[in-house]
Design a protein around this ligand. Sequence first.
Ligand code: C2E
Ligand code: MG
Ligand code: MG
Ligand code: MG
Length: 276
Amino acid sequence: HAKKYGTNQIQQYASEMDFRWEQRLELENGIRKALERDEFELCYQPQYDITGTLVGAEALVRWHHPEMGMISPALFIPAAEESGLIKPLGEWVLREACRQNKLWQMSGLASIRISVNLSIKQFEQPDLADKVAAILRETGLAPQYLELEITETMAMDVDRATRTLHDLKSLGLYVSMDDFGTGYSSLSVLKQFPIDKLKIDQSFVRDLHKDEGSASIVATIVAMAHHLNLKVIAEGVETKEQYDFLREHQCDQIQGFYFSPPLSPAEFARIGKAVV
Ligand code: C2E
Ligand code: MG
Ligand code: MG
Ligand code: MG
């Protein structure tokens, strides 16, 4: 059922696990074994344009532990980062998302763009663009159906990040800036980075109708993005009020529980059926 892929239950598992896995090492060994045993899976959260047409999906990794059930990426991604296991894990996620999207295309589903989260360690790999190019070739997915999500933390070394982004963009794929507004990147970074889209962080969307500050931040990010020729998507849209506000302020795309939680591949295939 769709619900089990959602955030609430996962957070519950995560807090239960905090005390069971005090040892980072145990967690790292677990991740290593999970990679060998194929215990990771992807779920896909639909992304819609403002009129409600399906345009994309964000691939979100889940650890389906045989005894503990679903484990949140918020718990194991940091450990994977620290141990270096994020490289094989991130590569698996990228390959699996591309493979799945190509499979959906071949089975006649509406063409969508799949977006994949990159971690900082992945982003700093000197051969990242080559790796991505190889995965596109191997899976046969055309580059315009892939989007990579970076975060503001990757903008620390601006010149190096800009070069990496140009390498990636030259493959023909799309790049978005995730969790926008929560990091430290300056506005000049936005001007310099060859990116396509900003993802307004869900904390601003959540508080849209609770405080005026969040409402003006959201409206300002949308306007600024458009002035810079960037698209903008709001994440964490949970209510009709939030959706109405975003539509009134010309936000281009939305993603959130109001429309759909992250779905299993089978569930996603059902909602993606529209176009043949
Ligand atoms: P993110 O990239 O910002 O992903 C959005 C998160 O918000 C997802 O949590 C999603 O399930 C959740 N979400 C979506 N709609 C709503 C909503 O309406 N309300 C609320 N409250 N939450 C919503 P998830 O799947 O637990 O992922 C958490 C974070 O873990 C992601 O944040 C991302 O930073 C990271 N992550 C997930 N998959 C990967 C991956 O494959 N690689 C890397 N490096 N990081 C990943
Ligand atoms: Mg993301
Ligand atoms: Mg985000
Ligand atoms: Mg986030």
